[in-house]
Design a protein around this ligand. Structure first.
Ligand code: PHE
Ligand code: ZN
Length: 854
């Protein structure tokens, strides 16, 4: 007999077209946990009701559960699970199913289901983790009200939390164990279930909602970290108020709890009334968190809070609809963040990461629409496409419908679908019905993968300007033919002589393959500003003279467009040989501006990866050399101005205000350029900044330029940083990252050595900080001998048995082999084949590797 385990099996593909409503509903669930890390018992009592007239059985999902007992309507039942299903044939239309199972949280390294982290117990159920806690129809369209009882050792787990409100608590065994009961009045899918037991302390606060209800807020963490929760708490209150003002959404429970845990696969989780966070997105103080960390904490806190309406009150019918909640919620958190500081800088940041990650995804082997139609492992679809392109699609609706039309659309969506599990189509229909606009063609954004390319030509004759816009979307795997999409393009014309805008900005809607825009009363050949504020997630192909880009970088009245003009000029310059004087002059002019936060973003050169994305074949070493040469030229040409920007923004006082953050950012960008001059004075300044910094933004910026250099202080600085912060996981993550991101020739050797460091582990943050960071180091990952690829594959294989979801995400860079020369491509493919040949590979890595090779 063949051992089934060793039979290579192609995992099952789940298809949207196979969706059927659930056969059985579960109106109520009662869970009783007897918690201990080595063995937890879960008793689940489900009331089930037949959904419609049919004679199909009740099928419950279960994974790694030991079934101890089963009763149906109080009668013992001997049915045993087969594979990952427990199938029950029920005679009547309703039944009460009771199961008792045993699970082992301390052995749960996948961090899905109930697991141990830092001495506490917590859960993660999205997408399909609830089946690792108890037998259940684990799908988002089964909504239930939950009551939860839990019991645990009182000393090890003094705090017992679950969704909703606590209704009772007490002691057992003379106080050695204690218990608590929680109920959540709002019906929810099981992926929003959560429970936490731990030795935690709260930072408490209150929020009064718009209808005057008082909500008790608490952020729970280890006692020592409570003071570092203040920024997250402030962000929570700001988000609660913001959602009332901008979307009319009020919080709906009497308590809102957040727990920070050290081991977490993603950023955070929106469980109803009990958000669980990766501690990286909660804890922040000036000593240990950068300005970017502070902003990320606020954005993630807002994101999870906003899910209470967009995700929880209205949830997804099936996992293909993931962007229904994620695209919309990312759009909402982006709007929120834009309101907290500089809207333009936030937009630049969002577009930069969209281009860095999502455009690559759209151009690669795992390209998928924001609503995918098949998957092997849903965990692989928590992607930049579903999240960030999904947010851009919502933003386009906002642009097309206008602020009031969009708000009418969300109002109708909330009114129509509150309490339901719905589809992206339901959302678009609400937008359509509320606004009266026909969104038939717009829906293609949900179906088509790939980044549209918009070609542009500008003609000028007499006093008429004619703009011709074409759109095409290149084929993606499984989608050879693409249709035109409905996309909003903001554009404006400028007068070359005066620098002034000619007339108003226009919003042009592209629906056809070719669109012509005729603009009268333009006496001289104008300069065209296109896709302003990045109104559509497309690649604009405009053979625009360098002089026009220089002009726009100085005169455009849309800050994003000014940034973009400089970026495109830089891309043109960096992708070619020859002089770089135009770019260097334009950088100098921008550096002379008066908004430090904007200047800092605008003068950053595109990354090596982004330069590579523009070419048919990524010339790894040539790109690095060219970029360094241009950086050196820009650094030396404006040496005095960089020093002035450096010294002039070196405030002694530290504040978390947009102004102070902008000045720090410019100072540290200037430091990067100063290092590029090669002057010893820059190294001395960097080391002094490293030693004297009173905040992490300045300290890590200095350490990172030193780590990227041959400065004599380099080794001492790395050692001093480690000694100072050892024991603080999020700071040590940064220490690993700056070394893995260095362009030095010894970076791979150093990275491999760091995998043997006592602080290296399979903690997801730590893996991302070292292996993930090395994976985006284009120069060193893509060393011509393939050693970088072998290292990445080694790590994937070592992580896969422990945590497949994290392993699968570490391997993405290998999937990009088609973009490299044949030598590198062959070496990358060899590593993917090596992965695929490994016995007992997870579904997660199998799906990524097989799609990458297809
Ligand atoms: N739903 C979470 C969010 O975007 C992300 C997440 C997915 C977290 C899966 C954990 C597991 O807010
Ligand atoms: Zn989310």
């Amino acid at each position: 007999m063949l051992d089934a385990q060793f039979t290579p099996q192609v995992p099952h593909t789940v298809r949207l077209s196979d969706y059927r409503p659930p056969d059985w509903l579960v109106p109520t669930v009662a869970l009783d946990f007897d918690l201990a890390p080595g063995c937890t018992r879960v008793r689940a009592t489900l009331t089930v009701t037949r959904n419609g007239a049919h004679d199909r059985p009740l099928v419950l999902d279960g994974q790694e559960l030991r079934l101890l007992s089963l009763t149906v309507d109080g009668v013992a039942d001997a049915t045993q699970p087969v594979g990952e299903h427990l199938t029950l044939r029920l005679a009547g239309d309703t039944a009460v199913i009771e199961t008792l199972v045993e699970i082992v949280p301390s052995a749960n390294t996948r961090l899905m289901g109930l697991y141990a982290s830092g001495g506490n117990l917590c859960t993660q159920c999205e997408a399909e983790g609830f089946r690792r806690i108890t037998f259940f129809p684990d799908r988002p369209d089964v909504l239930s009200t939950y009551s939860v009882r839990m019991k645990a050792d009182a000393r090890a787990y003094p705090v017992l939390l679950a969704n909703g409100n606590m209704v009772a608590r007490g002691d057992d065994d003379g106080g050695d164990t204690h218990w608590a009961e929680w109920t959540d009045p709002w019906p929810k899918p099981c992926y929003l279930f959560a429970l936490v037991a731990g030795d935690l302390q709260p930072l408490r606060d209150r929020f009064t909602t718009m209808s005057g209800r008082e909500v008790q807020l608490a952020i729970w963490t280890a006692a020592a970290d409570v003071p570092r929760c203040a920024h997250a708490m402030a962000a929570l209150k700001t988000s609660m108020a913001w959602d009332e003002v901008h979307y009319g959404r009020e919080y709906d429970l009497d308590v809102f709890n957040i727990v920070a845990v050290a081991d977490f696969n993603f950023g955070a989780m929106e469980n109803k009334g009990l958000n669980v966070f990766n501690s990286k997105y909660i804890l922040a103080d000036p000593e240990t968190a950068t300005d970017a960390d502070f902003d990320a904490v606020a954005a993630v806190v807002a994101h999870e809070y906003f899910h209470n309406w967009t995700g929880n009150r209205i949830t997804c019918r099936d996992w293909f609809q993931l962007s229904l909640k994620e695209g919309l919620t990312v759009f909402r958190d982006q709007q929120f963040s834009g309101d907290q500081g500089s809207r333009a800088v936030r937009r630049i940041d969002d577009v930069r990461s969209l281009r860095a990650v999502q455009f690559q995804e759209d151009a690669g082997p795992t390209a998928h629409p924001i609503r995918p139609d098949h998957y092997i492992e849903i965990g692989n679809f928590y992607t930049a496409t579903v999240y960030n392109k999904g947010a851009e699609v919502i933003r386009m609706l906002y642009t097309l419908l206008g602020e009031a039309g969009f708000r009418a659309g969300t109002d109708l969506y909330f009114e129509r679908h509150d309490g339901q599990a719905v589809t992206c189509e339901d959302f678009v229909r609400a937008m359509e019905d509320a606004s009266g606009r026909d969104l038939t063609q717009f829906r293609r954004w949900y179906e088509q993968a790939g980044t549209p390319r918009v070609g542009v030509t500008l003609a000028h004759e007499g006093s008429t300007a004619t703009i011709t816009l074409t759109q095409t979307t290149p084929p993606t795997p499984g989608q050879p033919i693409k249709l035109p999409v409905h996309l909003p393009l903001r554009l404006a014309l400028f007068d070359r002589a005066s620098g002034a805008r000619i007339g108003d900005e226009r919003l042009v809607e592209l629906t056809e393959a070719t669109t012509t825009v005729v603009i009268p009363d333009v006496p001289t050949r104008p300069v065209l500003s296109l896709n302003r504020d990045f109104s559509a997630p497309v690649i604009v192909e405009h053979a625009c003279p360098a002089a026009d880009r220089v002009f726009l970088s100085a005169h455009d009245d849309d800050p994003f467009a000014r940034y973009e003009a400089l970026q495109q000029l830089a891309l043109d310059t960096l992708s070619a040989e020859g002089p770089c004087d135009d770019l260097v002059a334009a950088l100098g002019a921008t550096l002379g501006g008066d908004d430090p936060a904007f200047i800092a973003e605008a003068v950053l050169l595109p990354t090596e990866a982004f330069i590579g994305d523009q070419a048919a074949v990524v010339a790894v070493d040539a790109i690095h050399a060219r970029r360094e040469a241009v950086r050196h030229a820009a650094a030396t040409a404006h040496r005095d101005a960089w020093w002035a920007a450096y010294r002039g923004n070196a405030d002694a006082a530290y504040a978390q205000t947009p102004e102070a953050k902008g000045r720090r950012r410019l100072k540290n960008v200037a430091l990067g350029y100063l290092m590029a001059t090669g002057e010893r004075e820059a190294e001395v300044a960097a080391y002094a900044q490293f030693e004297n910094a009173n905040n992490m933004t300045d300290r890590i910026a200095a350490l990172s330029v030193l780590a990227n250099s041959d400065a004599p202080e380099r080794t001492a600085a790395l050692a001093a940083f480690y000694d100072r912060f050892k024991g603080d996981a999020s700071v040590i993550d940064k220490w690993f990252s700056v070394q893995a991101m260095s362009s030095r020739a010894d970076t791979l050797a150093a990275t491999i050595a760091l995998t043997r460091h006592p602080d290296f582990s399979h903690n997801p943050n730590r893996l991302r900080s070292l292996v993930g960071a090395f994976g985006v180091n284009q120069l060193r990952l893509h060393a011509a001998d393939g050693a970088g690829y072998a290292f990445l594959a080694d790590q994937v294989l070592s992580v896969d048995p422990v945590n497949p979801s994290t392993a699968a995400r570490l391997m993405t860079p290998l999937g990009r082999w088609r973009r490299f020369d044949e030598g590198r491509a062959a070496l990358m493919r060899a590593q993917l084949q090596r992965l695929l040949k490994t016995p007992r590979l997870s579904k997660d890595v199998f799906e990524m590797a097989s799609k990458s090779l297809a």
